[in-house]
Write a protein that binds this ligand. Structure first.
Ligand code: AMP
Ligand code: GLY
Length: 425
């Protein structure tokens, strides 16, 4: 099977690494890819948002399966175009991708499916902001009502900070979404979904804030770990049975069946799991940790999902132990990151660790430079989280990038047993 992966981040790098372990995958191309992926697969240029460009490349490459990593092409209907060209595609239709692309659609599906989620209101006029804020908080949750890669969200107990963010979004012409605050530890659960068939992968947790101890602004994700020692098997079953399956069934009922990866972002609250958001694709950086433990052929799982035969596939097997991802970010990320700096110390190969590229570029005269906010990911596995952490942090200290920063406490609250599910009411 020849596989074409669309995307250029560490998530796509992780997909390529895992696809290479699948004996059924005979050739891999990534587009546009990145310098790290280029060492492991063919990379080709593409405009991921152009159906013509993606379909043209898939046809030229004679791909048997196209895997679309990021949400933007999915929301634009690139998966529909690939399928219309007669090529299997892992990723939902534009209609189904609205579960991520339209908060209003997602809320509507959840209400119909009886799934717990935050109460929300849209504010599209500055004159309405204060009265709306009074109906929420404290804690206030203020979001950009559109695709914002996690960076458009402010969660705060400070009313004036909430107001400032809302006013700024409105000034830029973006409607503001206010939400009730969902309490409890967060879980990212990725499920392969093919109509009503739902196969969960390992649960993971993302660290969204830029600083240690969950301080500073939200980012696209500073690190993740899997599995979650504090999440009992019953809770996982509850998420699949009471959240993901009803949503998948509701989408089938509406005539927009979901095919691909349905990502449930949840808060485990006193009343049980509540949905913070759904995404229509693999999450970044959780995927990097989750796939590091996958012991089944990834190409087969993705192809079965894409061809509507997921129900006939064997449940995925997982390696024992734990995995973590630590993100190395550029100076000033998540603001406007400093780029163009030389990076050293990436090449060394060490057992049980992998350095994945996210925002890197090859300098014209040679050498690797930073080219984005999240620059590299160090992924490590171990017998437990303590060992995986030790390996990841040992490896990351050998990478040199001026001004770069990373969180030193990825998975630490879990290791120190500081995460507990709230008592159910
Ligand atoms: P989002 O971009 O919607 O995924 O939000 C980014 C992050 O903000 C989430 O991962 C949560 O940590 C936090 N967040 C978003 N919405 C809520 C909510 N209603 N209650 C609590 N935390 C939230
Ligand atoms: N892990 C956050 C995201 O992928 O949206």
């Amino acid at each position: 099977m020849r596989v074409l992966v669309i995307g250029s981040g560490a998530r796509e790098h992780a997909l390529v690494v895992a696809l290479r372990r699948d004996p059924g995958v005979t050739a891999i191309c990534a587009a546009p890819g990145n310098p790290g992926i280029a060492q492991q697969a063919q990379v080709r240029p593409v405009d991921p948002t152009s159906a013509e460009s993606v379909v043209g490349l898939a046809t030229d490459y004679e791909a048997d399966l196209v895997v679309i990593g990021p949400e933007v092409p999915l929301v634009l209907g690139i998966a529909d175009a690939v399928r219309a060209a007669g090529i299997a595609c892992f990723g939902p239709s534009a209609a189904a991708a609205r579960i991520e692309g339209s908060k209003a659609f997602a809320k509507d599906v959840m209400v119909a499916a009886g799934v717990r989620t935050a109460h929300s209101e849209i504010v599209d006029h500055p004159g309405e902001l204060d009265a709306a804020l009074d109906r929420f908080g404290p804690t206030w949750v203020v979001k950009d009502d559109g695709l914002a890669a996690g960076k458009g969200v402010v969660v705060t107990t400070d009313r004036s900070a909430a107001r400032d963010h809302g006013a700024e979004l409105l000034e830029q012409g973006h409607p503001v979404l206010l939400e009730s605050f969902l309490d409890g530890p967060e879980v990212s659960l990725f499920c392969l979904v093919d109509g009503e068939t739902v196969i969960p992968l390992l649960p993971a947790q993302d660290h969204k804030r830029v600083g240690d101890g969950d301080t500073g602004p939200n980012t696209g994700g500073m690190g993740a770990y899997t599995p979650l020692p504090w999440l009992p098997a019953d809770s996982l079953r509850e998420i699949v049975e009471d959240v993901v399956k009803p949503v998948a069934a509701e989408m089938v009922r509406r005539g927009v069946p979901f095919s691909g990866l349905l990502y449930a972002g949840l808060a485990m609250g006193q009343a049980g799991p509540a949905v913070i958001e759904f995404n229509c694709r693999f999450g970044d950086p959780e995927t990097q940790a989750v796939l590091a433990l996958l012991d089944s052929p990834l190409g087969e799982l993705l192809n079965a999902t894409a061809t509507g035969t997921l129900a006939r596939v064997q449940a995925p097997r997982w390696r024992d132990g734990s995995a973590i991802t630590v993100v190395l970010a550029a100076e000033n990320y998540p603001g406007r990151p400093r780029t163009g700096d030389l990076i050293a110390g990436v090449e060394a190969v060490e057992p049980n660790t992998e350095v994945l590229h996210a925002g890197t570029a090859q300098r014209a005269g040679g050498g690797l430079i930073s080219a984005g906010g999240r620059v590299l990911n160090v992924v490590a596995t171990g017998a437990d989280l303590t060992e995986a952490r030790a390996r990841a942090y040992e490896r990351i200290t050998k990478i040199k990038l001026p001004g770069s920063h990373y969180r030193t406490d990825i998975a630490l609250p879990a290791v120190e047993d500081r995460i507990a599910l709230p008592t159910r009411v």
